[in-house]
Each structure stands twice: as structure tokens, then as C-alpha cells.
Design a protein around this ligand. Structure first.
Ligand code: SME
Length: 162
């Protein structure tokens, strides 16, 4: 069975692409019960759709976030609770939008080319199980549109965290 996403081109704007991507991810993951497989295909789908500089996941493992499937340059493998943007999204259990990483206290610079970032938690039965992190090499590259649609994607994924 073909797994091609057949998404609109990014020239049509991010929201148009998200509106096709959400049902495509729901379909791709509908019979998947393994969180790593689901995160891997979701990171690939987001990279293919938007060409993000870095897009991927960190899983909550005890008191740390541990690197999970991603697309992009190599990254920090462990992040403490409350540390950096990812740790803040975990601690607050809510999305964190950072237009300029230099202005975010404690930002963790895994790659100096990353200038703005959005992190969305994956919450299952009230507990943060992982975070989705998207980094851009442009300043102020994310908005509430990204938060809304990435949160929908995280909601789809949360079902695979048993
Ligand atoms: N910048 C993130 C760390 C993860 S990497 O960017 C992939 C942070 O401050 O949490």
C-alpha cells in the first residue's frame, strides 16, 4: 500500500499544508500502536511537508527528556526537567513558542543555526509523555497557527503512548 503523503506545495502557505497533513498523519498512524514508529513517521511527514531545519521528539524518561525519532542535524540527547525550551514545555505541560532563542533564558543551543523554535507536549491521561520540538534557521518563524496544528498532531500521537 502506498504511503505517499500527496500534500499541497508549501507555496500555498503553512495552514493549507497543515489541513492536508493532519488527516494524512491520522491515516498513517491509524493502526500503529508503537510510539517510536508513530514518532518516526510523524517527524518524516513534518520534514517532508515543511522542510523544517530540525523536527523531532524527546520522550519523558524519569527526570529527563531523552532524544527520540527526529529529522535534521544531530542534537542533544538528554534534557533535564525545566531545562531549555523542551524542558519548559514539559514542566508547564503546555506549548512554548520562542520567536528568538537568544531571548529565552536557558535555551539549549544544540545547533547554532537554530534561531526560533516551538515545542508542544504530548499529553496522555493528564501526563506529559514526550515533546515535539520544531526548530527553524529563521527568526520568528512560528505562530499560533503552528501551535494549533502541531497540538492536533500531538493529540493523534498521544494514543500510541500506552
Ligand atoms: N533547543 C532545545 C533543545 C533541543 S534541540 O534544539 C533539538 C531546547 O532549548 O530545549
Amino acid at each position: 500500500m502506498s504511503k505517499e503523503l500527496n500534500l499541497p506545495d508549501i507555496s500555498q502557505g503553512r495552514e493549507v499544508v497543515y489541513k492536508s497533513l493532519i488527516p494524512a498523519i491520522a491515516e498513517l498512524l491509524k493502526d500503529e500502536t508503537d510510539a517510536v514508529a508513530a514518532m518516526a513517521n510523524t517527524a518524516a511527514a513534518l520534514k517532508e511537508a515543511f522542510g523544517f531545519f530540525w523536527v523531532g521528539f524527546y520522550r519523558v524518561c524519569g527526570q529527563e527528556l531523552v532524544l527520540a525519532p527526529f529529522q535534521g542535524p544531530v542534537a542533544c540527547s538528554r534534557i533535564g526537567r525545566g531545562r531549555g525550551v523542551c524542558g519548559a514545555a514539559w514542566e508547564r505541560a503546555e506549548a512554548v513558542l520562542v520567536p528568538d532563542v537568544e531571548l529565552f533564558p536557558g535555551h539549549i543551543a544544540c545547533n547554532s543555526a537554530s534561531l526560533s523554535e516551538v515545542v508542544v507536549p504530548i499529553i496522555n491521561h493528564g501526563t506529559v509523555r514526550a515533546v515535539l520540538d520544531v526548530d527553524s534557521d529563521k527568526l520568528d518563524d512560528f505562530s499560533s497557527v503552528d501551535v494549533v496544528y502541531l497540538s492536533e498532531i500531538c493529540n493523534i500521537l498521544s494514543k500510541t503512548f500506552l
